[in-house]
Design a protein around this ligand. Structure first.
Ligand SMILES: *Cc1c(COP(=O)(O)O)cnc(C)c1O
Length: 402
């Protein structure tokens, strides 16, 4: 798997800004956005970038320029989105189990609200009636997604209002005079099967017929991106064709052209990102050769959190003889990035590059072991710039009261 930014340039960036370092490629973000937009071009599609994947304001501005809206899951994200220049009505706020006070504050900011449980729907209806239109997040109970921790649409999931509770929802909407302008689902991440996606869509189209004021149906996200060189990914074009046909039928039946929304995070930014880390130690034990990095799960959490695979290339020795390494971090806790991974011979001081580090990479970084979080650099064609400076010990201490 080659990098979209030349390996020599990645090494230069690691020298200039020091490692560990996150590097993002704006061109890849734009390519992914256009791919999605193009697949659904006949659908009146609106793409909301799920900013929790990577919320640096410089990245938000790229998607703003492309015409995207935002999907935000916290009031902090809403405020960052507004700071990046998005209009409030371009932001869909999709909270789960947040306080009603936070929801009120977001309504005051003017963003669109997605409600995902009956208790909140009732409180909302009592206070706002039909003065603020809402979107309803439905749980269609389909098992989708690559890992149980990232599947959100199944029967045991905490997300969404069950499809079996729609009668209850209808009663509340009628009695409290709630105006539903959108129906939403987000069934999980890494959905490979176009059929699974279309089944979920079918449920939403059917459901939407029962609501008179629908402006949009939001199909969430979960498109699978390639992690390994030979990985199969969601065929966006096949999905586009299938969904467009179904969309046309719906609009005819409904008597109005509605909008189709998607809210991808990973699909838009995963491949654009690289995490660069230096090798501190090569440690040969009786069973294994470890490559120990100057980084840990405090910088890249995904392998520890949900066994995610990140392709790794050795930028410093690309032509070296293939040997097998277990790549680990420096955290005092097991933090294995990759087991038994064939890599061109790794030497102390080499820079390793983790692919697919754009989504949920920096965002999940922490100060565990009292380590500082890395810097972020954005590459745009021949230009590059630092978009987040490396933290210092002072940053870590700043909130402590001495
Ligand atoms: C996380 C999330 C997304 C994005 O999921 P990806 O797998 O990154 O595309 C979209 N919508 C909602 C509501 C989310 O919580």
């Amino acid at each position: 798997m080659s990098t979209s930014i030349a390996p020599q340039q990645l090494i230069r960036l690691a020298q200039e800004f020091d490692a560990p370092l996150y590097v993002y490629d704006a061109a890849t973000m734009r390519r992914q956005y256009h791919k999605l937009e193009n697949a659904f071009k006949d659908c009146n599609v609106k793409i909301h970038y799920a900013m929790k994947a990577l919320s640096n304001i410089n990245v938000l501005k790229i998607f703003k320029e492309l015409g995207a809206g935002l999907d935000a899951v916290s009031i902090e994200e809403v405020k960052i989105g507004l700071m990046a220049g998005y209009a409030a009505e371009e932001i869909l706020y999709t909270p789960n189990c947040v306080s009603f006070a936070e929801i009120e504050a977001c309504i005051d900011l003017g963003v669109k609200l997605n409600i995902d449980n009956i208790s909140i729907l009732e409180q909302f209806g009592n206070k706002y009636g039909n003065t603020v239109p809402v979107c309803i997040r439905v749980n269609p109970h389909i098992m989708a997604g690559g890992h149980y921790k990232i599947s959100t649409g199944h029967i045991d999931s905490k997300f969404g209002i069950s499809i079996h509770q729609m009668r209850h929802v209808e009663r509340l909407i009628k009695s409290l005079n709630i105006k539903v302008e959108g129906i939403h689902m987000h069934t999980g991440s890494d959905i490979l099967d176009v059929g699974v996606f279309l089944n979920g869509a079918e449920i939403l189209f059917d459901l939407a017929l029962g609501f008179p004021d629908i402006e949009y149906i939001d199909f969430g996200s979960g498109f699978k991106v390639g992690y390994k060189p030979d990985d199969v990914t969601t065929d966006i074009d096949v999905l586009g064709e299938g969904l467009t046909e179904r969309y046309r039928k719906f609009c005819r039946e409904y008597g109005k052209d509605i909008q189709i929304h998607f809210e991808p995070g990973k699909f838009l930014v995963s491949e654009s990102g690289y995490f660069l880390a230096k090798v501190n130690v090569i440690k040969q034990t009786t069973a294994t050769v470890f490559a120990g990095l100057d980084a840990g799960f405090n910088h890249l959490m995904r392998p520890t959190l949900y066994d995610s695979y990140h392709h790794i290339t050795n930028l410093s020795n690309p032509e070296g003889k293939q040997r097998v390494y277990t790549v680990v971090g420096y955290i005092c806790e097991t933090d294995t990035f990759a087991w038994d991974r064939p890599l061109p011979e790794v030497n102390e001081g080499d820079i390793l590059c983790f692919h697919n580090a754009g989504a949920y990479g920096f965002m999940m970084a922490s100060n565990y072991n009292s380590r500082t979080r890395p810097a972020e650099v954005l590459v745009d064609g021949d230009d590059y710039k630092l978009i987040r400076r490396r933290e210092t010990l002072d940053d870590i201490l700043a909130t402590q009261v001495l």
